[in-house]
Write a protein that binds this ligand. Structure first.
Ligand code: SAM
Length: 265
């Protein structure tokens, strides 16, 4: 069994910040080390000190390193139950003529915000409503893919059949229709910088499979910001793997424990 030596990990974090601007000092230690281990394995190294030396000689590799750390695995309707619940919440109190505002925080390559948009498109067929999804991520490459809105044909399987009409089906790929794209805006933003937002407040904030990497302090900072940009009685949707920090339990009402859906009090 290979034993990896993480001595110098703070130095690595400083170097990454200096060379790329990304600050991982507030990331949780364990998940961060797991990601570093993936990088060490990739370069067949066994210590962080060796990795730092390697990066000093190969500065271009910082880019792929960031990708490995921020890992943007996603899919359309990931953990679909959350989307069913979201759809039910929407339908139970549909506001005629209202423009819904949704934030998808840590949107990766766009499958999450487009899944949300498909549900609104469907509702729009029968009800007079409007919507706009703002989506943000720190990964520029992921966002470029999201903006393009083109995905391998295999991804079609994750989209429920009655919603497939919102994508163009090509031979080897699917493309999000322009009418849907028009309601989804992508932005390069960092969740732990306070000044990110799209200059608006939200009825729903999705932030799923992102928090797991962040230290408690960082989570609190982000939750504070979410709280301030959520409309009265707006929903925070954290999804299955995240939990709401204790300090916020009196600020939100639990709506769905399994899918971690909360409503602002
Ligand atoms: C695992 S993906 C989750 C995608 C989607 N929310 C889902 O659940 O399918 C996590 C995303 O969070 C993004 N991310 C990580 N740290 C971030 C930060 N500080 N600010 C914004 N996005 C971040 C990563 O770039 C990645 O695309």
């Amino acid at each position: 069994m290979i034993v990896y030596d993480y001595t110098g990990i703070e130095k690595l974090i400083e170097r990454i910040k200096f060379n790329t601007g990304y600050d991982f000092s507030q990331y949780k230690e364990k998940p961060f080390k797991r990601r570093v281990r993936v990088i060490l394995r990739k370069y067949k190294l066994t210590s962080v000190e060796e990795l730092i030396k390697y990066l000093d000689r190969n500065k271009d590799d910082y880019k792929s390193l960031i990708k490995t750390i921020t890992i943007n695995v996603t899919e359309f309707f990931r953990n679909s139950e959350v989307f069913y619940q979201f759809n039910d919440i929407l339908k139970s109190d549909l506001r005629k003529g209202y423009k819904y505002r949704i934030l998808s925080a840590g949107c990766a390559t766009g499958e999450e915000p487009y899944s949300i948009a498909f549900l609104f498109e469907k509702l729009k067929e029968e009800h007079y409503i409007k919507y706009k999804v703002d989506a943000m991520d720190i990964d520029r490459d992921a966002l470029n893919k999201a903006i393009k809105g083109e995905y391998p044909i295999e991804e079609l399987n994750s989209i429920p059949e009655h919603l497939r009409k919102y994508v163009k089906i090509n031979e080897k790929s699917i493309t999000i229709k322009d009418s849907v794209k028009a309601n989804v805006e992508f932005k390069l933003e960092n969740l732990y910088e306070n000044n990110y937002n799209f200059g608006t407040t939200y009825d729903f904030i999705f932030c799923r499979n992102v928090f797991i990497y962040f230290s408690r302090n960082l989570q609190l900072k982000i939750l504070n910001n979410f709280y301030s940009i959520l409309n009265a009685e707006g929903y925070l949707i954290l999804g299955k793997v995240e939990t709401l920090a204790q300090n916020f339990k009196d600020k939100f009402k639990m709506i769905d424990l399994r899918n971690r859906i909360y409503r602002k009090l």
